[in-house]
Ligand binder design. Structure first.
Ligand SMILES: *[C@@H]1O[C@H](CO)[C@@H](O)[C@H](O)[C@H]1NC(C)=O
Ligand SMILES: *[C@@H]1O[C@H](CO)[C@@H](O)[C@H](O)[C@H]1NC(C)=O
Ligand SMILES: *[C@@H]1O[C@H](CO)[C@@H](O)[C@H](O)[C@H]1NC(C)=O
Ligand SMILES: *[C@@H]1O[C@H](CO)[C@@H](O)[C@H](O)[C@H]1NC(C)=O
Ligand SMILES: *[C@@H]1O[C@H](CO)[C@@H](O)[C@H](O)[C@H]1NC(C)=O
Ligand SMILES: *[C@@H]1O[C@H](CO)[C@@H](O)[C@H](O)[C@H]1NC(C)=O
Length: 507
C-alpha cells in the first residue's frame, strides 16, 4: 500500500540524470479506510511535522502535491549523483505509532460516548417499564374507585400510552443525539411525577375530580359543538327563553351531575334551577330529595352556583312540614309543592323558608290516586316554562287522563285548563316547554321515550318518538329550565341534565 520512497526516488533520479536544475515530482496520496481516522491523522501530521526539507505530507483532500525536492548532478566520471532530502530516512514508523495511539484514544472516546448513549437507551427502557407499571396500577385503582372517576384515569392512561409510543419511536430512530435523549428523560420524569401525584390524590375527594371531569366534559362539549357547527343540518338553538321554534325534536345524552346530597338510598325527589324571566340566568339551584318512603318532602338544599352544588359547599339547607311527592318546582324564588296528604299547592318563599300561601287545586286527585308509572305520590306535578307556572294532574271526571292547568303564580288561582286523552298513570313523567306538555314512557331499563305531547296553544295532541337515554331505571321527576333549555332529571337519586333540540322555524 505504501510506496517504497527511496526506490521510487532513485528511479526518478536516473530518469532525470541529465537534469541540471532543481526538479520536483508528484506522488499519489493514499487513503485511510475510515474518514474519522483520516481527518484526525491529517491534522495531526500537518501540525506536528518537523520535516527539514519536505513541503508537508500528502493530504487526503488533494490528489497530488509536491512530495519533496532534491537535486541531481553528474560527477567527473559521468555517474549520476542524486542527493535526496527525505522527510524521514525510512518509513515513518514513529508517526504511524503515534497515529495508532491517537486512533486508540479516539476509539476509547467513541466507545465512552457510545456507552453513554447505551445508558440513555437503558434509562428509557427503565422509564418505559415504570410507565407501564403505572398504567397497570392506575387500572387497578380505577377498579377500586367509583365509576365516575373513570374518565380522568382514562385521560392519564392515554397520556402515558402516548409517551410510551414516543419512546418506542425514538428508540427506533435513535441517532445518538444526547440532547434529545436528555429532553425526553426530563419529560418522562415529569410525566412519572405527574402520574404519581395523581395516583396519591385522595381517593375520597371524588368531588374535586368530579369537577375536573365536568370541566373536561365542557371542553369536550365545546369540541363537539364546534364539530357540529360545521354540519349545516343541525339548527342553531333558539335564543334562551324564546319560543321561536317548532317544539322539541330531539334530546342529548344525559350529563350526570352528581348523586343527591342525602345519598344513594334517597331514590325519590326532584331538582332544578329557579327561573325568573327578570333574571333568567341567575337562579338558585335546588335539590329536594324525598324521605326514603318516597313521599315526604322535608329537607331541601339551595346553592348559589353549580360549582357549589357539585362540591356540596355553601348550601342552605331548609326544613318544611311537609311536601308530598316529587312534583316540586321553583319559580321566581318561590318553591311550589303539593302539600302533604292534600290537593293543596303550597308556595314557599325561599328567602325566608316560610309558606307564603296554600291553595286547593279544584277536583285534583291526590294521595297516589293517579300518580305516574313507577313513581308514587306525584298526583300533582308542577311545571315551569317560558310562560310561567303550570300543573299537571288528573281528576275523577277526567277518568285519570291528564289535565293541564295554567296557574297564577302570585295567587295560585287556576287561569285556564286543558283536558288530554292521555291516561296519567301510564306515563312516567311530564314537563312543559312553551305551553306544550311532553310526556315520557319507559322503553326499557336504559331508555325512555318522549312519546306524547299536548299543545295548549292549539289544543292539539299527538305522538312523538324521541328516545331518551337514562342512567338508572326510573325517572322520578323532570323539570325544564327555559333559560338553559335543559331538563333537570332526578333519576333514582342521581341528578341529570339533558339538552333539548328544537325544530327550527324556516325564516
Ligand atoms: C527545495 O528545498 C529547499 C531547502 O530544503 C527550499 O529552499 C526550496 O524552496 C525547495 N524547492 C521547492 C521547489 O520545493
Ligand atoms: C410496580 O412497581 C412497584 C414498585 O415500584 C412494585 O411494588 C409493583 O409490584 C409493580 N407493579 C407491577 C404491576 O409491575
Ligand atoms: C419538568 O419539570 C420541571 C420542574 O417541575 C420544569 O422546570 C420543566 O420545565 C419540566 N420539563 C418539561 C419538559 O415539562
Ligand atoms: C337525536 O340525537 C341523537 C344523538 O344525540 C342522534 O343519534 C339521532 O339521530 C337524533 N335523532 C334525530 C331524529 O335527529
Ligand atoms: C320572600 O320574603 C321576603 C321577606 O319577607 C321578601 O322580601 C321577598 O320579597 C319574598 N320573596 C318572594 C319571591 O316573594
Ligand atoms: C295574578 O294575580 C295577581 C294578583 O291578583 C294579578 O295582579 C295578576 O295580574 C295575575 N296575573 C295573571 C297572569 O293573571
Amino acid at each position: 500500500m505504501k510506496p517504497d520512497l527511496p526506490c521510487l526516488l532513485a528511479l526518478l533520479c536516473l530518469l532525470h540524470s541529465d537534469a541540471e536544475s532543481v526538479w520536483g515530482t508528484t506522488a499519489t496520496s493514499t487513503h485511510f479506510p475510515t474518514t474519522a481516522s483520516t481527518s484526525f491523522l491529517t491534522s495531526d501530521f500537518s501540525t506536528s511535522s518537523t520535516s527539514t526539507s519536505g513541503s508537508g505530507w500528502p493530504s487526503s483532500s488533494s490528489k497530488s502535491q509536491s512530495l519533496s525536492n532534491f537535486t541531481g548532478s553528474k560527477d567527473d566520471h559521468g555517474t549520476c549523483q542524486c542527493s535526496v532530502i527525505l522527510p524521514d530516512t525510512t518509513f515513518p514508523v514513529e508517526r504511524v505509532e503515534r497515529l495508532e495511539i491517537i486512533a486508540q484514544t479516539v476509539t476509547k472516546k467513541f466507545e465512552k460516548e457510545l456507552s453513554i448513549v447505551k445508558e440513555y437507551v437503558q434509562l428509557i427502557s427503565v422509564y418505559e417499564k415504570k410507565l407501564s407499571n403505572l398504567t397497570v396500577r392506575i387500572e387497578i385503582m380505577e377498579k377500586d374507585t367509583i365509576s365516575y372517576t373513570e374518565l380522568d384515569f382514562e385521560l392519564i392512561k392515554i397520556e402515558v400510552k402516548e409517551m410510551e409510543k414516543l419512546i418506542k419511536q425514538l428508540k427506533v430512530g435513535f441517532v445518538g443525539s444526547s440532547v434529545i435523549v436528555d429532553q425526553l428523560e426530563v419529560e418522562i420524569r415529569n410525566m412519572t411525577v405527574l402520574v404519581e401525584k395523581l395516583e396519591t390524590l385522595d381517593k375520597n375527594n371524588v368531588l374535586a375530580i368530579r369537577r375536573q371531569i365536568l370541566a373536561l366534559k365542557e371542553k369536550l362539549k365545546e369540541c363537539e359543538d364546534s364539530k357540529v357547527e360545521n354540519l349545516p343540518a343541525v339548527p342553531p338553538p333558539p335564543a334562551p327563553g324564546s319560543c321561536a321554534h317548532g317544539g322539541v325534536v330531539n334530546i342529548s345524552r344525559p350529563v350526570m351531575i352528581q348523586l343527591n346530597w342525602r345519598g344513594f338510598s334517597y331514590k325519590y325527589g326532584a331538582w332544578g334551577r329557579d327561573y325568573s324571566p327578570q333574571h333568567p340566568g341567575k337562579g338558585l339551584y335546588w335539590v329536594a330529595p324525598l324521605n326514603t318512603d318516597g313521599r315526604y318532602l322535608e329537607y331541601y338544599r339551595l346553592y348559589n352556583t353549580l360549582d357549589d352544588l357539585l362540591l356540596y359547599t355553601h348550601a342552605r339547607e331548609n326544613w318544611i312540614a311537609y311536601g308530598q311527592g316529587g312534583g316540586t318546582v321553583v319559580y321566581k324564588n318561590n318553591m311550589y309543592v303539593n302539600w302533604y296528604s292534600s290537593r293543596d299547592i303550597a308556595k314557599v318563599n325561599l328567602t325566608t323558608n316560610t309558606v307564603a300561601l296554600t291553595r286547593t287545586l279544584p277536583d285534583a286527585a291526590y294521595n297516589n290516586r293517579f300518580s305516574y308509572a313507577n313513581v308514587d305520590w306525584q298526583d300533582i306535578d308542577l311545571a315551569v316554562d317560558e310562560n310561567g307556572l303550570w300543573v299537571t294532574y288528573a281528576t275523577e271526571a277526567s277518568t285519570g287522563n291528564m289535565v293541564i292547568s295554567k296557574l297564577n303564580d302570585t295567587t295560585l288561582e287556576v287561569l285556564n285548563t286543558w283536558h288530554t286523552k292521555q291516561y296519567k298513570p301510564s306515563v312516567t313523567n311530564t314537563f312543559m316547554v312553551c305551553g306544550v306538555l311532553y310526556a315520557t314512557r319507559t322503553l326499557n331499563t336504559r331508555t325512555e321515550e318522549i312519546f306524547y305531547y299536548y299543545d295548549t296553544n292549539t289544543g292539539k295532541e299527538g305522538k312523538l318518538n324521541i328516545v331518551m337515554q337514562k342512567m338508572q331505571e326510573n325517572l322520578q321527576s323532570i323539570n325544564y329550565h327555559p333559560f338553559e333549555q335543559k331538563l333537570f332529571v332526578y333519576n333514582d337519586g342521581y341528578l341529570l341534565n339533558y339538552d333539548l333540540v328544537f325544530q327550527q322555524i324556516p325564516q
